[in-house]
Ligand binder design. Structure first.
Ligand code: DGL
Length: 274
């Protein structure tokens, strides 16, 4: 049998830490290895080809560390790179390893929350342009209409800890106004970027009270727990000593400082080059 290894968790930078936080809460006995490609972030504004190449580099790095299972805890990478990696790269690169994303777990359940059959997606430009959310939601809930709004200012605002700045409120109001102009019956809004939960409080201020605001961390963690139950052959290959390790492609001091806000507790990262 192959040696058990941590589950890899990948994001362009810090956002995936909001997902990791929930993974650790729901699967505390598992080992996780987090990689933030901070040196090449943001991904949200980059082309399909670039996001695919960067994500593939990261997946290969996790495989070289011995990981058997990798979670792309980044919507942009899940939207632009996951399918190609699963279909074109994995069969030759590592047929027994698996790479999962955050879009499928969210789209397969989101319809259960809506009574009006209108859903709003807030995401990066890249995720919106990929149309992954409307396409995937249509497969599970054909009666639902999906409205999307790209919020390109939100990631830099969050990374610079400017969530309470007056200028930030202008952008939150503007993006929500655009979204509800497109679909005035929306009753569920998904934060489809792993950064956005950090600004949840400020976003809620401008949402109609009847609208449910969903973040992905908990949904993705439940889905991974279910996946591991359904795939005991993979579960056996996931090490369970409760160890967490953090890697960044940029400066570790910055990662440790900003990352702790996303993860909700102190962390110590190591530098890696992809
Ligand atoms: N956190 C990433 C996501 O979920 C976006 C950040 C970026 O643009 O790199 O889409």
């Amino acid at each position: 049998m192959q040696e058990a290894a941590p589950i890899g968790v990948f994001d362009s930078g810090y956002g995936g830490l909001t997902v990791l936080k929930e993974l650790v809460a729901q699967l505390p006995e598992y080992d996780f290895m987090y990689l933030g490609d901070n040196a090449r972030a943001p991904y949200g504004t980059r082309s399909f080809e670039t996001v695919y190449q960067y994500t593939l580099d990261a997946v290969k790095w996790f495989f070289a560390q011995g990981c058997h299972l990798v979670m792309l805890a980044c919507n942009t990478a899940s939207a632009k790179a996951l399918r190609s990696i699963q279909q074109n790269d994995l069969p030759t690169l590592a047929p027994d390893k698996r790479v999962l994303g955050v879009i499928r777990p969210s789209t397969e359940i989101i319809g259960q929350y809506s009574e009006t059959n209108e859903i709003g997606i807030l995401a990066t430009k890249g995720t919106v342009a990929s149309n992954s959310y409307p396409i995937e939601i249509e497969k599970f809930f054909p009666a639902i209409t999906v409205y999307q709004e790209a919020c390109p200012m939100w990631v830099p605002i969050i990374e610079n800890n400017e969530m309470d700045n007056v200028g930030t409120h202008h952008f939150i109001k503007k993006n929500l106004h655009h979204l509800f102009q497109k679909g005035d019956n929306i009753d569920v809004v998904l934060l489809a970027c792993t950064h956005y939960p950090l600004m949840r409080k400020q976003i809620e201020e401008y949402l109609p009270v009847a609208v449910k605001l969903l973040s992905q961390g908990e949904i993705v963690a439940r889905s991974l727990a279910d996946y591991l139950k359904r795939h005991p052959e993979m579960d056996e290959k996931c090490r369970k000593t409760g160890q967490l390790t953090f890697f960044t492609t940029d400066a570790t001091e910055d990662f440790d400082e900003k990352g702790s806000a996303f993860f909700g507790q102190a962390l110590a990262s190591q530098h890696v080059s992809l």
